[in-house]
Design a protein around this ligand. Structure first.
Ligand SMILES: Nc1ncnc2c1ncn2[C@@H]1O[C@H](COP(=O)(O)OP(=O)(O)OP(=O)(O)O)[C@@H](O)[C@H]1O
Ligand SMILES: Cc1ncc(C[n+]2csc(CCO)c2C)c(N)n1
Length: 322
C-alpha cells in the first residue's frame, strides 16, 4: 500500500479551522502566530508531474528448452517430426575409465574428440568393453576424429596409431590456462557436426569421479559454455546446466535414469526456483550453495519442469544397466 509522502502535509492539516478562528481574535496572538508559522512551503508540483507508481510488467514467458537422455537408449528414439530439430551429437572422451555405455554413445555421435589421455582410454577401453570382438578391429572402428590437449598424457604409440588412421592431432601445450576439456569444447564449437551449434549436444565421458580439481574444472566448463548443451556423464550420473534464460522440460526415461536427482545452485544463489515432477518440489524457493540445495530428490513423473532466476546444475542418477 502506498503511504502519503511527508511533504504533502499542509498547514491545514496541523491547524483545524476552529483553532485558527480563536487565534485571529487577538492581535498579539496573531503576530505570534505569524512569527511561528513556518515559511510557506513551495507549492507541491502538480500531480501529473510525479510519475505514477510503476506497475510490475507481466513477466514475458521464457522460451522452453527440452532435455532428454534418449542417446542412452539401445535403439534410437522416434525421429523428430521436423528433421531440422534433429540433435547432432559430439562426444568428448576424458582421461578416466570409460563408462559402460561408451561404445553406444560413440556410435550415436557424429564427431568424436579425445582430450589428451582420453585417447589412451579409447585405445585400451573400447576392446575391453567389447570382449567378444577382435581388439584390432574394434580400435580401427572406434577412431577419434581429433585428439586435443597439451599432449602430456597420450602414449606415443597411441598418438602414432590414431595419427596413421587420419585423426587430427592438435598439440595445444602452449595454453596452460585452460583444461583439455575446455580445448575440446572450443574445437567442437568451431567445427560443429551439424549445420550450426543450435541443435548441438556435447556428451562428455568420464567427467566425474577421480581428482576433485578435475571434476570441478569439468563442471566449470558447463558455466563457461552455458549457451551450448553439454552433458557430463559417468557410469552413475548425468549432469548438465539449466540456464536461467529458459524454462526447462526434462524428459525422464525410467528405463535408463533416476529416480535420484539433484538441483544445485553452484554458480550463484537463486532467489526463486520452481519445479514440478519431483518428490520435493520447489515453489519460488530460494536456494544457495551454503543454504538450500536439492540433493537426494526423487523424480516422480516422466516430465520434470524447472524455472529459476539463476543457472542451476541438474543431475540425475543413471541405472546400472543403461
Ligand atoms: N581424475 C579425473 N577426474 C575427472 N576428470 C579427469 C580426470 N583426469 C583427467 N580428467 C579430464 O580429462 C582431461 C584430460 O586429462 P589428462 O590426464 O590427459 O590431462 P591433464 O594434464 O591431467 O589435464 P589438463 O591438461 O586438462 O589439466 C582433463 O582436462 C579432465 O577434463
Ligand atoms: C590460476 C591458475 N591455476 C592453475 C593454472 C594451471 N592450469 C590451468 S588449466 C591447466 C592445464 C593445461 O592443460 C593448467 C596447467 C593456471 N594457469 N592458472
Amino acid at each position: 500500500m502506498l503511504t502519503r509522502p511527508r511533504h504533502d502535509l499542509s498547514l491545514e492539516t496541523f491547524c483545524p479551522t476552529t483553532q485558527v478562528h480563536v487565534l485571529l481574535a487577538s492581535p498579539v496572538l496573531l503576530s505570534l502566530l505569524l512569527c511561528s508559522v513556518p515559511p510557506p512551503t513551495p507549492p507541491s508540483p502538480p500531480r501529473h508531474a510525479t510519475p505514477p507508481p510503476r506497475r510490475p510488467r507481466p513477466a514475458m514467458p521464457l522460451p522452453t528448452m527440452t532435455h532428454s537422455s534418449s542417446f542412452l537408449l539401445p535403439s534410437p528414439s522416434n525421429p523428430p517430426a521436423d528433421p531440422t530439430d534433429a540433435v547432432s551429437y559430439a562426444v568428448v572422451v576424458l582421461n578416466q575409465r570409460l563408462p559402460r555405455f561408451a561404445p553406444l554413445v560413440w556410435t550415436r555421435a557424429q564427431l568424436r574428440v579425445c582430450a589428451d589421455g582420453g585417447a589412451n582410454r579409447v585405445f585400451d577401453g573400447m576392446p575391453e568393453l567389447l570382449p567378444g570382438e577382435d581388439p584390432d578391429e574394434v580400435r580401427h572402428r572406434y577412431k577419434p576424429d581429433a585428439i586435443k590437449g597439451d599432449m602430456d598424457s597420450i602414449r606415443p604409440e597411441v598418438k602414432e596409431y590414431y595419427s596413421n588412421l587420419g585423426a587430427k592431432i592438435v598439440d595445444e601445450s602452449h595454453d596452460q590456462d585452460t583444461t583439455d576439456l575446455h580445448k575440446c569444447i572450443s574445437f567442437i564449437i568451431r567445427n560443429p557436426p551439424g549445420p550450426d551449434n543450435s541443435n548441438l549436444c556435447i556428451l562428455v565421458l568420464g567427467a566425474l569421479g577421480g581428482r576433485f580439481d578435475h571434476e570441478m574444472g569439468n563442471i566449470n566448463v558447463l558455466y563457461r559454455f552455458s549457451s551450448i548443451k553439454i552433458i557430463l556423464l559417468s557410469d552413475d550420473s548425468s549432469i548438465f546446466l539449466l540456464p536461467k534464460t529458459h524454462s526447462h522440460e526434462i524428459r525422464v526415461d525410467p528405463s535408463i535414469e533416476g529416480p535420484h536427482c539433484g538441483l544445485i545452485p553452484m554458480g550463484a544463489p537463486s532467489s526463486g526456483s520452481t519445479t514440478t515432477g519431483l518428490r520435493w518440489n520447489l515453489d519460488n524457493t530460494s536456494m544457495s550453495y551454503g543454504g538450500l540445495v536439492s540433493t537426494s530428490n526423487i523424480v516422480d513423473e516422466e516430465k520434470v519442469t524447472v524455472t529459476s532466476d539463476s543457472d542451476l546444475i541438474w543431475t540425475i542418477s543413471l541405472r546400472n544397466h543403461a
